[in-house]
Design a protein around this ligand. Structure first.
Ligand code: SAH
Length: 407
């Protein structure tokens, strides 16, 4: 990627169609390939000046030669020194978190477009920084170097780890890499959120480690949780551990054994918290397919006071929407049938393609079919360290509805 965003002096001009220009004028930051007019010989990952059909400059962007999102705007102005801009954006992202993140030493430091750094995700887990690069522009060596030096200077972490998504690198036509340390030697640590402790193993686990986007929802769920609780799709115990201080019994369900093993290690870290609430002093972890387990439990007449549903994204594309809604409905219907009157349902969807309106509609239909009346307590989204950029709807993806079953 020699010529990539390379912090070079000569910035290429790239024309886009009127439709593409309109999109940028409405505040979005992407231009699709079909709207790029002159795309011959633009090197992968280039820093480009975007112009409309009359040659008027619309801003500066990073170019991808392979993605359908060919152009990602990084500034509405011309950029003279990309390295300086990058540095400033990272510093701004860190400052933003200093203001809005509380009660945790684990949070998302940089959230791609929402921090005006498209293609870059950086998470902090106590003294370990974990980063993921998703585009050609951000993969350029000078960009990487600038990133590492700024993060080191500002945060002085014990180590910086890169997490690779091989599929994304392939789609972006980036050379293969493996997940590993970029700096330092430490690969595991313990982080704290809302007073609950978690193990973090930088080179294991799904996504970038833990589900930091649920941090504020964990605390909210704990506020309304009581009695016997079931955390379905519990992963490493995020919700279950938060519920433990408030409930008399907590059961976590997941199909992944490694996730449950980590959940159990996390429970051991939080002994005193768990012993404060739980009767048996233990969270029960069950390895099972959640759909089968809910079906069996509902059929057996099991009852709970609190149920959390936090499945993986069912709709990866718009085409999956109907099937996704059916999946959500099945889960929510069974959960609603099992909740005692006064019970709390915490139901989540991390599918971008399922809107909040779709999700509420699904829940309403499930309630009718379950013959239950439910009242909404809170309509929530992703934690504030995953900012939502207005006019870029793709930055908003997580829904978390907290409701109570009346009868
Ligand atoms: N609530 C968790 C995150 C859940 S991520 C937290 O806050 O940390 C989704 C989880 O669903 C993953 O752990 C995955 O292993 C699990 N999963 C996926 N399909 C499943 C299924 N059919 N049955 C049970 N668990 C499943």
């Amino acid at each position: 990627m020699a010529q990539a965003a390379g912090i070079s002096d000569s910035v290429l001009k790239v024309g886009i169609s009127q439709r593409g220009a309109e999109r940028l004028k409405r505040g979005h930051v992407w231009v699709y390939r079909s709207d790029v007019v002159a795309e011959e010989s633009i090197p992968p990952g280039s820093l480009i000046t975007v112009c409309d059909s009359r040659g008027k400059v619309l801003g500066t962007a990073l170019y991808s030669s392979s993605s359908q999102i060919a152009v990602r705007l990084i500034s509405q102005d011309s950029v003279v020194d990309f390295s300086a801009l990058l540095r400033q954006r990272i510093v701004d992202a860190i400052t933003y978190r200093e203001n809005i993140v509380h009660d945790t030493n684990a949070y998302r430091l940089i959230f791609s477009e929402a921090d005006f750094l498209p293609g870059l995700i950086v998470d902090r887990y106590n003294d370990i920084v974990s980063l993921q690069i998703l585009t050609q522009g951000m993969d350029a060596t000078p960009v990487r170097n600038s990133l590492i030096s700024t993060l080191t200077e500002r945060l002085n972490p014990a180590s910086i780890v890169e997490r690779i998504d091989p599929k994304i690198r392939q789609l972006e036509q980036l050379p293969p890499r493996i997940s590993g340390l970029l700096q330092g030697e430490k690969t595991s640590t313990i982080f704290t959120m809302n007073g609950v402790q978690f193990h973090f193993d930088a080179l294991e686990g799904q996504k970038t480690g833990a589900f930091l986007d649920q941090r504020e929802n964990y605390a909210a769920a704990a506020q309304y949780a009581h009695g016997e609780a079931l955390d379905v799709f519990c992963y490493q115990g995020g919700f279950a551990l938060h519920l433990a201080a408030k409930c008399s019994q907590v059961t976590g369900v997941d199909s992944s054994r490694p996730a449950l093993e980590m959940a159990d290690r996390n429970a051991a870290l939080n002994r005193s918290l768990i012993e404060r609430g739980l009767k048996g002093n233990e969270i029960e972890w069950i390895e099972a397919n959640a759909f089968d387990l809910l079906k069996d439990y509902a059929a057996a007449g099991r009852q709970y006071d609190t149920i959390v549903l936090d499945p993986p994204a069912f709709a990866k594309t718009r085409r999956d929407l109907d099937a996704a809604i059916r999946g959500y409905k099945e889960l929510n219907l069974r959960a609603l049938k099992m909740l005692r009157p006064g019970g709390t349902l915490v139901t989540c969807s991390c599918s971008y393609h399922v809107s909040q309106a779709d999700f509420l509609d699904m829940l309403g239909t499930a309630a009718v079919d379950a013959h239950r009346r439910i009242r909404l307590i809170e309509l929530r989204g992703q934690a504030k360290d995953h900012p939502i950029l207005l006019n870029v709807p793709e930055t908003s993806y997580l829904k978390c509805i907290i409701s109570t079953v009346s009868y």
